[in-house]
Write a protein that binds this ligand. Structure first.
Ligand code: C2E
Ligand code: CA
Ligand code: CA
Length: 706
């Protein structure tokens, strides 16, 4: 294992003669190198360092150890041959490495420079030794790693690069070159600057600073992700990692490492990041991204008071009906078509987001004056009107919108979205497809509504709800044939609240389900009690809301009938025409079951909803209730015509006709003349308490209008 070095000092023929001055002795004793003098096969001198290196004391070495005893057997021949040649004068000096052996048998690597000297006629070898074990190990490690590196360079999927910092050249492995689409045959690129030129402009500074930090030893490794231009013109995401080799002053002489194509990982990371902030169905920003953009607009307004922004809340009208009747797939397509129309109608800087369901939000920024958002919203609403072609059918969309203008009072994005939503509800209250701009006063309204909602939750258990009964009169006999049960709320502070005010809230909150079940029981037991006091059967009509059309409705009806003992055919259930239009799909099986229970079905508010005549037949309604808007104008020309048509239609389908809202004798007479069999309205009686109605029934009141 010895290595011969070129002999540096073989030019002189004269052996040096050594004078042993004290100061030299000091120097020798302090030396980092081990020093020795050999005569024949023994040591005549060695310094402390030399003895330490081999694990002996100076004394042990000088008395009894031969030079070869310090040499491991693997290199003993080499050492003894070298010693012999110098002692015999064949060579003057020899610089070589051998493997030493310490006192305990441990091996060390030694580099030595020994020179022949003749002092006082004695032939000596004097020399120095260095323990190079550590250096040797490091060299071996480097060689091993270089071998591994070379192997890796051939087979790895990673590209390798090796930059000679001092020479200013760079080596790229074939794999590296393939990563950016260079053919093996292309002339190898050696200029590091060309590498940087391939790097995407936006990533260059980052890469440069990562390189600088590592070259100046401020980072333990070099690592950077960047986009590199592929020969095909696209950019690929790469991860480069490397480490510098430094000289004794710590200056980087070489920087080598790998390059991994991480395009796929990057793309999936980007997709994850995109998905987290976007709605999957429409691809529009989602609520969190929208809130973020709103926060930015708010922050911007805080810095620049003259900047403007507005939040728009859009809610599709009757979307639920489409979803329920045509299915979610069609509903989803409509939503994404709406999303496209919205995004196509805003200006490039504005944000359109889908908050969920059929709710969209738009952020308008930097417009000229406060009238502009209204114009923009109207433009959006117009864009939604043309038919959407979905699965070959034409669907129509319309949205109600609320606008909240950004101002300094808003500190969180949620606040302005809430206000835009309140304004949207106001717009909805005033009819579909409308728009309203938020005003502070709407807060009070919204608050009152919230208060009512809270109160309504307790109204039922506190017995604050009452049913009032409005008599239904036969236009043939003038006698009472039954009644319609109408719900009222006796609010402890606000007094009587009419159903038009609280039923919509009950429907929205779902409270209509327990309230409806209660109304059924209450009405049935009142009607059963009345029937006992009356000479003939009396019917009772109960109104139903869309939210009640769940299978449990059948149970509620059965329970109400069973508890009261009221025969099923005396119970009439009123379903409005609009309910039927919007929820025909889900309501159909329940209506059929109700029919099987033998209860009667009445189509309420007929004439207001343009329902398909087919429905009348399909659902086997027992009677139509002509809406009071027709009755009020029954005396006027074509309205009378219409009532006439309705009556004959009903007759064809063997349905009865009940006129609502009859307020005058004249109206009653006209309706009678038009063939309408029944009527109710203020002319006969308002809705009254159960006792008052019972009194009327007992009296067997006969109404007249002639
Ligand atoms: P509706 O079913 O159309 O009830 C008839 C409404 O017309 C009642 O209003 C009644 O008081 C009113 N009315 C009756 N005769 C006349 C008249 O001659 N002239 C005028 N101008 N109005 C007349 P009310 O009691 O305010 O009820 C409003 C609506 O609330 C009802 O309309 C019904 O849709 C709903 N509703 C009432 N009670 C219930 C209930 O228990 N459950 C459900 N789901 N809805 C209910
Ligand atoms: Ca009704
Ligand atoms: Ca009605």
């Amino acid at each position: 294992m010895s290595q011969r070095h070129p002999q540096p000092q073989s030019t002189t023929t004269e052996a040096p003669s050594i004078g042993v001055a004290d100061r030299y002795r000091l120097l020798v004793e302090q030396s980092l190198a081990g020093m020795y003098v050999i005569e024949g096969d023994r040591f005549v001198y060695c310094n402390e360092r030399f003895a330490q290196m081999f694990g002996y004391s100076v004394g042990e070495i000088l008395h009894g150890l031969t030079p070869l005893m310090l040499v491991h057997e693997s290199t003993r021949d080499v050492v003894s041959e070298s010693l012999r040649r110098r002692l015999e004068g064949e060579t003057l000096s020899d610089h070589y490495n051998f493997r030493g052996q310490r006192k305990g048998g441990e091996r060390i690597d030694i580099e030595t420079l020994g020179t022949r000297a003749v002092i006082d006629g004695k032939s000596l070898v004097i020399g120095t030794v260095l323990d190079v074990t550590e250096r040797r190990r490091a060299d071996e490690a480097i060689r091993e790693s270089e071998e591994r590196y070379a192997l890796a360079a051939e087979g790895a999927t990673d590209g390798l690069w090796d930059w000679d910092v001092r020479a200013g050249t760079i080596y790229f492995s074939p794999r590296w070159r393939a990563q950016i689409g260079l053919a093996i045959s292309d002339a190898p690129e050696r200029d590091p600057k060309r590498w940087l030129l391939r790097v995407h402009h936006d990533d260059r500074d980052r890469l440069n600073s990562a390189l600088k930090l590592h070259l100046s030893a401020r980072t333990p490794h070099f690592e950077c992700e960047y986009r590199a231009l592929h020969e095909d013109g696209t950019y690929r995401w790469m991860l480069a990692r490397g480490q510098a080799v430094r000289d004794e002053r710590g200056l980087a002489t070489r920087l080598a490492g790998s390059q991994t194509d991480i395009t796929e990982r990057k793309l999936s990371e980007e997709k994850l990041a995109h998905d987290a902030l976007h709605d999957a169905l429409t691809g529009l920003p989602n609520r969190s991204l929208f809130m973020d953009r709103l926060s930015q607009a708010m922050a911007f307004q805080r810095r620049r008071a003259d900047s403007r922004y507005a939040c728009v809340f859009l809610d599709l009208d009757r979307f639920k009906a489409i979803n329920e009747s045509l299915g979610h797939v069609v509903g989803d397509r409509l939503i994404s078509s709406v999303g496209q129309r919205l995004i196509a109608s805003v200006r490039p800087g504005d944000t359109v987001a889908r908050l969920g369901g059929d709710e969209f939000c738009v952020l308008f920024e930097e417009y000229a004056n406060d009238a502009e958002p209204l114009k923009l919203v109207e433009k959006l609403q117009r864009a939604l009107l043309p038919a959407h072609k979905i699965d070959g059918t034409e669907l129509f969309s319309q949205a109600s919108a609320g606008i909240a203008l950004g101002n300094a009072r808003y500190s969180r994005p949620e606040e302005i979205v809430r206000d835009a939503e309140i304004a949207m509800y106001r717009a909805k209250d005033e009819g579909r497809g409308g728009v309203a701009v938020f005003q502070e006063s709407m807060h009070a309204v919204a608050q009152a509504r919230l208060q009512m909602e809270t109160d309504l939750r307790r109204a039922l258990e506190r017995g604050e709800l009452r049913l009032a009964y409005q008599p239904v009169v036969s236009l043939g006999t003038g006698r009472i044939v039954g009644c319609e049960a109408l719900c009222n709320w006796e609010h402890p502070q606000r007094g009587n609240i009419p159903p038009a005010e609280f039923i919509p809230i009950a429907e929205e909150t779902g409270l209509i389900v327990p309230i409806g079940a209660w109304a059924l029981r209450e009405a049935c037991s009142a009607a059963a009690a009345l029937s006992k006091q009356s000479a003939h059967e009396l019917t009772v009509a109960v109104n139903l809301s869309a939210r009640q059309f769940e299978p449990e409705l059948i149970d509620h009806v059965r329970a109400a009938l069973a508890e009261s003992g009221l025969p099923a055919h005396q119970l009439q259930l009123e379903i409005t025409e609009s309910l039927l239009m919007e929820h025909a799909g889900p309501a159909a099986p329940i209506l059929a079951q109700l029919k099987n229970e033998n209860v009667h079905l009445l189509l309420d508010d007929f004439g207001t909803g343009y329902s398909s005549l087919g429905y009348l037949h399909d659902f086997r309604f027992d009677a139509l209730k002509i809406d009071r808007s027709f009755v009020a104008r029954a005396g006027m020309g074509n309205r009378a015509e219409l009532v006439n048509v309705i009556v004959s239609l009903a007759r064809t389908l063997s349905m009865d006709v009940i006129a609502e809202g009859v307020e005058t004798a004249k109206q009653a007479a006209q309706l009678q003349a038009l063939g309408c069999q029944f009527a109710q309205g203020f002319y006969f009686s308002r809705a009254i308490t159960a006792e008052a109605f019972a009194q009327m029934v007992r009296e067997d009141r006969v109404f007249s209008w002639r």
